[in-house]
Design a protein around this ligand. Structure first.
Ligand code: ADP
Ligand code: ZN
Length: 777
């Protein structure tokens, strides 16, 4: 949990992480004030520059500027305006400003400071991350078009002359006449491809005028939205909404709110109505959802509800083209958006008058950035909310234990939604012990034992008879998941990564799911040269084959990244599924989230243990979250849903508590363990990692750091030993890690920073550190 905003560094200072440099000094005349800036491309330098008179009223906090540095001009961001500088009278001046208005709001500048300090990264890296690349590199690179207006028609005789002499020019006039005298050049080009080159005489004759207009690259230009009306809230929703309204009205004193509501309890409806209120009051709203849940349906729900201002909704996510992202960002920047919906990085949307930040599915690990700066968008949202005095609403059916604990300790306020809006009960969850199933060995051929249990087969059969639909979930692609030698026990691994290669039968290749490398399956064991290699394990491709064999009459589809390559493909498939043209849908996590199909009455989880067996202290938490999410797909309609969970660990807490829909029970038990063993949320974790081509070097680097960290280690820090990562090698690099835990994060981070700066590490080893990591793999 991030500390309160008060920890934002008050005074600009030079960070020592990347080696400080002092400001360049030189006499400057006519400066009206002093700007302290952060260079965009280098280290942690903060320099002072004079503000020339011509720019006096344009340079404010957050303005991007060009400044002289040695013999170059470099980009920088204004962090503060000062009256005094230690170098006063000797300062160089800002050369120019970039963009019409400040690219960073004052709130974002403060936020950048906080991120730099909390996650121990250089401020310039944070500022870079805050702007989409297309905005950073080519600000204002809009697509322009010409707007043509027919102002005066030529006399009939003139027109006839034009038709015989320059038919294409006459054609342009004809088109303009047919569209009420107004058209864009690109419209006309569809008919007259060379229109741009023949306009001059028409302009000269005074028949038409031309003006330049900006064309928005709108990712949703071809989508239709049917307006929706606010629903009458249920009693629980109303209570939550009333409370949120109170906070919207006086956000200064508010805490972040955790909206803990089961799947289908109508959290989204509460968001929509809260946003409406914020906008009525003249504020803006920011909605973060996990990338995977940022589907057209999600966006459609917002556009439909806010259809009267649908052009004032901006969307930011990774599937946009650079151009689209650029234009969406500028739409926000130029105050043409009231609502921003986006994935992780949208937390940096340059909205002003922010009234509410909503983080849906706040427990999702994908809110954490997996490269520097490794920020967690949910935690950053909490800090941004407190800096900008706006409401922060975190929603989930299965809150992260961090947020759960924050609610329990009173740091967050918590609101509950315990019932589904349709009044229906949650699905019935049945656990199938696959150890028993294995022993029985009944039913389908031996090859398929361990894939479809008897119970699950019977359940699917009855759905097919009743014309109801089934979802089968397995978070693993491919046909067989490993190829093992029966002689020596060796498993065929990727040459660059320490994981078994997966057989993709359709293309007859072994594929590494980490680096993507492919090869033909060998016929002899690469280790002992004996034949007798055996394929084992199963992924979605094999499940599909088995299901087709067992249910030849069923209509079956598979949804994973092998079958779905384009976004429209998924949309079309889901449409078919909704239209009940598919009986059984098999899929990976692509189908685990947010899908709402009334006729799905059965969900099968083929292997609940995949997430459970990961060597990570959050394995149980993740498994429970997944089971609850997947189970939420069943029984959204008239008929009660059923979930069949296949597992080899039927008595594990994650399985048992999800069976009884007892999130609280799970949380209590899990938190006891975390407390006893000093794991989050009772401590913060910092994961130091090294990687390199040479195993000994990578290991040596961490051992050196470990030794040095021991010296003056802050009190109550628990430091492990350097050890190979669970995936000891990836992309040809050996990986080691060192886990540090402490209830106080700042002293620990400062200590790590100092040691890293002072330690010379082997040149070909990369050392990274991750504050509050969400995965230890
Ligand atoms: P959650 O986000 O909690 O999973 P949703 O907001 O998606 O739940 O709501 C689940 C379903 O219930 C949706 O189809 C939604 O339209 C419907 N719904 C939400 N609130 C109400 C309400 N007050 N009355 C009737 N239906 C509602
Ligand atoms: Zn690999």
């Amino acid at each position: 949990m991030p500390p309160a905003a008060s920890s934002t560094p008050a005074k600009p200072k030079q960070s020592d992480l990347f080696g400080a440099e002092t400001a360049e000094v030189e006499m400057a005349l006519g400066a009206t004030g002093i700007a302290r800036v952060q260079l965009e491309d280098a280290g942690a330098m903060e320099l002072d520059y004079g503000i020339p008179e011509a720019l006096a009223d344009k340079v404010v906090i957050g303005t991007r500027v060009m400044v002289p540095l040695q013999n170059r001009r470099v980009n920088a961001v204004v962090l503060a305006l000062l009256d005094e500088s230690p170098h006063r009278g000797k300062l160089k001046e800002i050369a120019s400003i970039i963009g019409q208005r400040p690219m960073f709001t004052p709130g974002l500048v403060k936020l950048a400071r906080w991120i730099a300090e909390y996650y121990v990264v250089s401020p310039h890296q944070v500022l870079r991350t805050m702007l989409p690349q297309a905005v950073r590199d080519k600000p204002g690179s809009f697509v322009m078009d010409s707007h043509l207006t027919l102002v005066k028609e030529p006399a009939p005789a003139e027109f006839e002359k034009l038709r015989s002499k320059a038919p294409m020019q006459a054609r342009v006039l004809d088109i303009l006449r047919s569209c009420k005298g107004e058209a864009t050049l690109s419209q006309i080009r569809q008919d007259v491809p060379r229109a741009a080159t023949i306009l001059k005489p028409l302009l000269k004759a005074g028949w038409i005028t031309r003006s330049e207009v900006r064309v928005e690259r709108d990712p949703f230009h071809d989508e239709q939205f049917l307006p929706s009306q606010p629903l009458t809230l249920t009693e629980e929703q109303q209570a939550a909404y009333d409370r949120i309204l109170k906070v919207i009205e006086s956000p200064e004193k508010s805490k972040p709110i955790l909206l803990h509501g089961i799947t289908g309890s109508g959290k989204t409806e509460v968001y929509l109505q809260a946003i409406a209120r914020v906008i009525e009051r003249g504020g803006t709203a920011l909605v973060l959802v996990p990338e995977i849940a940022l589907t057209p349906q999600t966006i459609e729900r917002f556009k439909a509800r806010f259809s009267s201002i649908k052009d004032r909704i901006a969307v930011l996510h990774s599937h946009l083209s650079d151009g689209e992202r650029h234009d969406e960002w500028f739409k926000i920047h130029e105050d043409r958006a009231d609502i921003v919906i986006g994935a992780r990085s949208a937390i940096f949307a340059p909205l002003e008058r922010l009234g509410i930040i909503i983080v849906d599915e706040e427990h999702e690990p994908s809110f954490k950035q997996d490269e520097t700066p490794r920020y967690h968008a949910r935690d950053v949202a909490v800090v941004r909310g407190s800096l900008e005095k706006c409401v922060v609403l975190l929603g989930s059916a299965t809150p992260s234990l961090e947020s759960f604990e924050n609610a329990a300790s009173g740091k967050y306020e918590v609101l509950h939604l315990t019932k589904r809006t349709d009044g229906r009960t949650l699905p019935l969850i049945r656990i199938v012990d696959m150890r028993m199933e294995r022993r029985k060995g009944t039913g389908t051929s031996v090859a398929n034992a361990g894939i479809l249990s008897e119970k699950l087969r019977a359940a699917i059969t009855s759905r097919l008879e009743k014309k109801e639909q089934t979802i089968l979930f397995l978070n693993r692609r491919g046909f067989n998941t490993s190829l093992t030698c029966l002689g020596c026990g060796e498993t065929v691994q990727c040459q660059d990564c320490s994981i078994p290669m997966t057989l993709h039968k359709h293309e007859n290749r072994l594929v590494c799911h980490v680096c993507g490398s492919r090869r033909l399956p060998p016929t002899k064991c690469p280790a002992c040269q004996e034949p007798g290699l055996k394929f084992t394990g199963f992924g979605t491709e094999r499940v599909e084959a088995v299901v087709r064999e067992v249910f030849p009459q069923a209509r079956i589809a598979r949804v994973d990244t092998d079958t779905i390559q384009r976004k429209n493909q998924l949309r079309d498939l889901l449409r078919e599924f909704r239209a009940q043209k598919i009986d059984i849908m098999i899929g990976t996590q692509m189908i685990a989230k947010g899908l709402d199909f009334p006729n799905v009455t059965l969900v099968g989880v083929l292997n609940a243990d995949l997430a459970l067996n990961l060597p990570d202290f959050r394995a149980a938490e993740r498994t429970l979250q997944l089971l609850v999410q997947v189970a939420g797909r069943a029984g959204r309609g008239e008929v009660k849903g059923e979930v069949v969970v296949q597992t080899y660990a039927p008595h594990s807490p994650a399985v048992q508590f999800s069976r009884h829909n007892d999130f609280e029970g799970f949380a209590q038990q899990e938190l006891e363990q975390r407390r006893a063993f000093h794991y989050p949320p009772y401590t913060h974790v910092v994961l130091l990692a090294s990687r390199g081509k040479h195993q000994t070097m990578a290991e040596f680097a961490l051992q050196t750091l470990h030794r040095r960290l021991l010296v003056d280690l802050p009190e109550k820090v628990i430091m492990g030993e350097p050890a190979p990562c669970a995936m000891a090698k990836a992309h040809g690099q050996f990986r080691y890690q060192l886990l540090l835990r402490s209830s106080k994060i700042r002293p620990l981070c400062r200590h790590i920073q100092q040691v890293i700066v002072a330690t010379k590490l082997p040149a070909d080893v990369i050392v990274t550190w991750d504050v509050d990591p969400v995965s230890l793999l």
